[in-house]
Design a protein around this ligand. Structure first.
Ligand SMILES: [Zn+2]
Length: 275
């Protein structure tokens, strides 16, 4: 079996394992019907996957091969053992993805697309693949900059992609881990409770926990939060709290239509403001 197919199979197995565990030990109560949501999220992801296959893979593969051949970018400034380079690639790509995630929230043109991911009224492993094709298309530009300036080889890119996919499936999942285990993991990597705070309807909570792999980036930037109990979190964006707002067609067209201010809405009864 080709390495790419083996990685794909392992990721699918990880998704299934998380999906089954969510049913056994859910962290948050669901708002929408689970199968309706999962089908919708898979369809949004399907459109993005086609686009990634057609545009992203050929471009990023081509550039990473060129970068390796011509020894371009930060990691090629000095001669390093292959293992160091691979670890360095994962760390640098993870940090630059943190910065890209912040930009996706702060720049209105990017938020128009990233909001589709946040509008989901529940959070589970299927939310991890729910990104609008437009967001994926724009992010190719960032990915090309990452590869070129950080000096990422095809193997470094492949390794990071696999780890990132495993990580985002995990921290979007609705699994109630024993608190001691979650706290230990959270010392290093993003966990479901930590990322749940990033998906809160409270703007000050959403503006935290931007990391996608290692937690160190949020800690270094002072954007790490673990002080919001999950049963107090309402998932989503205040402007889109009704089930009729979040159908598949609305989600696919959302970046291209008028969007009301995302956060200028009265929060539902019982919700809390940030400190
Ligand atoms: Zn986000």
């Amino acid at each position: 079996m080709k390495p790419k197919n083996a990685i794909g199979l392992a990721i699918f197995g990880w998704f299934l394992a998380l999906f089954l565990s969510e049913a056994k030990r859910p962290l948050r109560l669901g708002v929408e019907n689970k199968s309706t949501r999962v089908i919708r999220n898979v369809m949004i992801a399907g459109v993005s996957a086609i686009l990634l296959q057609v545009i992203d893979s050929p471009l990023t593969d081509l550039l990473s091969r060129k970068v390796a051949r011509k020894r371009l970018g930060l990691l090629n400034l000095v001669s390093l053992p292959q293992t160091f380079k691979l670890v360095g690639s994962v760390i640098l790509l993870d940090y630059s993805l943190y910065l890209w995630h912040v930009l996706n929230h702060k720049l209105p043109v990017l938020w128009r697309f990233h909001v589709v991911h946040h509008v989901d009224l529940d959070l589970d492993a299927s939310t991890a693949i729910r990104f609008h094709a437009g967001e994926m298309a724009i992010s190719i530009l960032w990915r090309l900059l990452q590869i070129r300036f950080l000096g990422i080889s095809p193997l470094g890119l492949q390794l990071w992609r696999a780890l990132l996919m495993g990580s985002i499936l995990f921290h979007h999942s609705n699994i109630r881990l024993p608190i001691a285990i979650e706290r230990t993991l959270n010392g290093f990597v993003v966990t479901p409770r930590m990322h749940g705070i990033h998906h809160s309807v409270v703007e000050g909570e959403t503006n935290s926990n931007w990391s996608s792999g290692l937690t160190i980036w949020d800690k270094l930037h002072g954007t790490y939060r673990n002080d919001v109990p999950q049963d107090q979190i309402i998932i989503g964006v205040p402007a889109y709290q009704q089930k009729q707002d979040v159908g598949l067609r609305s989600m696919l067209s959302l970046p291209f239509v008028h969007q009301p201010p995302s956060w200028n809405f009265v929060l539902p009864e019982g919700n809390h403001e940030t400190k």
